[in-house]
Design a protein around this ligand. Structure first.
Ligand code: AMP
Length: 288
């Protein structure tokens, strides 16, 4: 596929004009992001561009999904580097609106996630998922992609977006992307830049906890309380302040029965604080 360069679209009108020009035979694949792009995001862009797909990324630090103004202000913004990375991966357009382009002055309507959005990040970051679903829904309407790529790293987000697509009949196929990690296991995240050298070591407590629970599950442990205490213990040993460390039924993103009956699939979901940075990670625990 010949590279056509990266089209920068900074307004809804520019996006609409670009969209109208595109070949209807090529699948349009959207990768929604908040920018500060890193190697972990490259895997999403590669999925978007695979097999002749037309990849478009959005870069928008969505104020609606931040509960604290200081957290929003501190979020890294690196638009020029982001554009270089997108172009190098073969992404053909970036939509990077200002807040005013996304939300009108009297904006007030949001989408509410259901029960699967109440726990975990829904507790750690109240309002986060309503803000995320609202902007993703707006992006789907504006870009009209055939497919959209989301990282498994944010497993609850991926679950809620899939639910929204099913529940609201949205004509978009969701493509999951496996979590990209550093060689030592740390999941890549834009927030990792805020970790000091010692915090970077402590942050390994998350992936080590997931390794431990996967080993325990593989050796036959099915008692949820014991699996969860393994997660918590490893995180605490590394000096991670645990926000949550749970096993969920992957189909509902809710707590399963205490002894994991049946043949369903589960996921260990964890989050914690290191150097004031909120880190999360997860691992599939299935019998499949
Ligand atoms: P964000 O970093 O919040 O802008 O996320 C943009 C997209 O990239 C989301 O779908 C994330 O789940 C995904 N993502 C972020 N980090 C990773 C990673 N380490 N591996 C795979 N996907 C990721």
């Amino acid at each position: 596929m010949p590279r056509t360069g990266l089209r920068r679209l900074s307004s809804r009108a520019e996006l609409a004009a670009w969209r109208a020009e595109q070949d209807p035979k090529r699948p349009i694949r959207l990768v929604p992001t908040m920018g500060a792009l890193h190697v972990g995001h490259d895997a999403l862009f590669d999925l978007a561009c695979a097999d002749g797909g037309l990849g478009i990324a959005s870069v928008f630090v969505n104020p609606l999904q931040f509960e604290r103004a200081d957290d929003l202000a501190a979020y890294p913004r690196t638009l020029e580097d982001d554009c270089a990375r997108l172009e190098a991966r073969g992404i053909e357009a970036i939509y990077h609106p200002e807040v005013e382009d996304m939300y009108g002055p009297d904006f007030q309507t949001t989408l509410a996630p259901g029960a699967g959005g109440e726990g975990f990040e829904g507790v750690a970051r109240p309002g986060h998922f309503a803000g995320m679903l609202t902007v993703v829904h707006k992006l789907f309407l504006r870009v009209r992609p055939d497919e959209a790529v989301f990282g498994e790293k944010d497993a609850q987000q991926l679950f809620l977006v899939r639910r929204m697509v099913t529940d609201l009949d949205l004509p978009v196929r969701i493509v999951p992307c496996p979590t990209v990690r550093e060689p030592d296991g740390l999941a890549l995240s834009s927030r990792n830049v805020h970790l000091g050298a010692e915090g970077r070591q402590r942050a390994l407590g998350l992936s080590r906890a997931l390794d431990a629970v996967a080993a325990s599950f593989a050796s036959g442990e099915r008692e949820v309380a014991r699996l969860e205490s393994t997660l918590r213990a490893v995180m605490e040993e590394h000096g991670v302040t645990v926000a949550y460390a749970s096993i969920v039924d992957e189909e509902r993103f809710l707590a399963p029965a205490p002894d994991l009956p049946g043949s369903r699939s589960w996921r260990a979901v964890i989050a914690g604080r290191v150097d004031e940075v909120h880190l999360l990670d997860n691992r599939f625990l299935g019998e499949a």
